[in-house]
Design a protein around this ligand. Structure first.
Ligand SMILES: Cc1cc2nc3c(=O)[nH]c(=O)nc-3n(C[C@H](O)[C@H](O)[C@H](O)COP(=O)(O)OP(=O)(O)OC[C@H]3O[C@@H](n4cnc5c(N)ncnc54)[C@H](O)[C@@H]3O)c2cc1C
Length: 389
């Protein structure tokens, strides 16, 4: 499947991405998604991680790594295979938590690429960001369901999504001394009265269909049947989604960083200066070698975390370590690749500058590096110094 993905991506995806410099809306938006997904489906490559009973290929975490990396080689590759964030993580979450009826209504069409979804957690200040316990959006119990009120932003894919998984507070107070309180995940169709996509927030990246949007929920009625999992269980389910979703981001971005590296190595192997090839200069060799080391170390940490997830573990520690290392290492790889290419590295003639633009936010979403380090350090102190605080 990795070989077939590589072939599909290079033949069908790269020419479009290059022509439009990775701007998904300019390249056709929703029409492009449907075209590419039809080609992936014809090649037996659509939703390789999706559950088999819903039409996916059911690949586990370790098995999906090389396929996702090949897809990530092109910025639109993950969209072509229906393994892009946030749909890919939402498929995983729904597969684990949805009821039989939710599976039919929400999961099956999502795996088939008939619809898109979004995951709405982050809020403007003073609401939830890196600290989810600040969650302000509330769901209040009413007859037959819940009334949802709140304000969210940076919701990827929101414009054009068919439905939303919304995190809302159902008990406790934001940042409360008694802990985070309870959150619940609610399924809300895009046409639910009171649900509004306010605007696209302009960000450096341009390859994500549906943008990163600000949203408002005003008295949105969610029937009891559309509660995803148990009431007050939302923070626990968020972990079900987050660990694997972090690792699949690493897989995709490894592909993109590898492409930047390969382009740069070919460039310095062909460019002469100071009486020889750039590739034979010591400082250039250091950049090439450091890129190889960062890519190899990223894959090693990724696979260790994936094995733990496949064995049924929560892998909180190993996914935190792999995500933090990868987000920074892959950023370094792309930055070195930019440098190696000289002026071309920041031009539109090569894909390196656009990959640099797209990869930067990865150090912020799915937990900023600082938050992961904070929790890795707290665990280490507990483990090594017996500190129970
Ligand atoms: C491109 C993109 C796509 C996104 N997609 C989604 C989405 O689909 N759905 C969704 O719900 N959210 C999404 N987000 C939001 C993302 O999850 C948040 O931006 C992230 O959780 C950080 O929250 P914040 O922006 O409020 O930053 P804040 O919480 O204000 O944090 C700001 C900075 O403070 C530092 N910091 C925070 N905590 C600590 C700590 N404990 N120790 C030291 N330093 C710390 C970090 O450097 C952090 O970057 C997306 C964001 C981006 C950029």
């Amino acid at each position: 499947m990795a070989a077939a993905t590589r072939e599909l991506v290079r033949r069908e995806v790269i020419p479009i991405e290059d022509e439009y410099d990775g701007d998904v809306e300019a390249a056709g938006g929703e029409t492009l998604r449907r075209d590419l997904q039809a080609k992936a489906a014809a090649a037996g490559l659509l939703a390789p991680h999706g559950p088999v009973d819903c039409g996916g290929r059911g690949l586990g975490m370790v098995d999906r790594a090389p396929v996702f990396e090949e897809a990530g080689w092109a910025l639109f590759g993950p969209m072509a295979l229906n393994i892009n964030a946030p749909d890919e993580g939402n498929i995983h979450l729904l597969d684990h938590v949805a009821t039989a009826s939710q599976r039919e209504r929400f999961l099956r069409p999502l795996v088939a690429g008939e619809t898109r979804s979004a995951f709405a957690m982050t809020e403007p200040a003073p609401g939830a960001g890196a600290d989810p316990s600040m969650l302000l959006t509330r769901a209040t119990k009413v007859d037959g369901g819940w009334l949802l009120n709140g304000h969210k932003w940076f919701i990827t894919g929101a414009d054009g999504a068919g439905f939303f998984i919304v995190m809302a507070r159902t008990s406790g107070e934001p940042g409360g001394a008694g802990g985070a309180g309870g959150a619940t995940m609610l399924l809300a169709p895009a046409d639910a009265p009171g649900l509004e996509v306010v605007r696209h927030i302009g960000t450096v990246d341009r390859s994500m269909l549906g943008g990163h949007c600000e949203m408002r929920f005003t008295d949105v009625f969610v029937p009891d049947d559309d509660v995803l999992g148990g009431v007050d269980e939302g923070f626990r389910y968020a972990q079900v989604r987050l660990g694997p979703a972090r690792m699949t981001h690493v897989m995709r971005w490894t592909g993109a960083a590898r492409r930047a590296h390969e382009v740069a190595v070919r460039h310095v192997a062909g460019r002469e200066a100071f009486g020889g090839r750039l590739a034979d200069l010591g400082m250039m060799q250091q950049m090439i070698a450091d890129n190889e080391i960062d890519l190899a170390a990223t894959r090693a940490l990724l696979l260790a975390a994936c094995r733990e997830l496949d064995d049924g573990g929560r892998a909180s520690e190993s996914t935190s370590i792999a995500k933090t290392f990868a987000a920074e290492a892959l950023h370094r790889v792309v930055d070195r690749a930019t440098q190696m290419c000289g002026g071309l590295g920041v031009s539109r003639d090569l894909p390196v500058a656009r990959i640099a633009r797209e990869i930067r936010p990865f150090r912020i979403y799915d937990g900023p590096s600082e938050v992961h380090r904070w929790s890795i350090a707290r665990r280490a102190v507990r483990r090594l110094a017996g500190d129970a605080r």
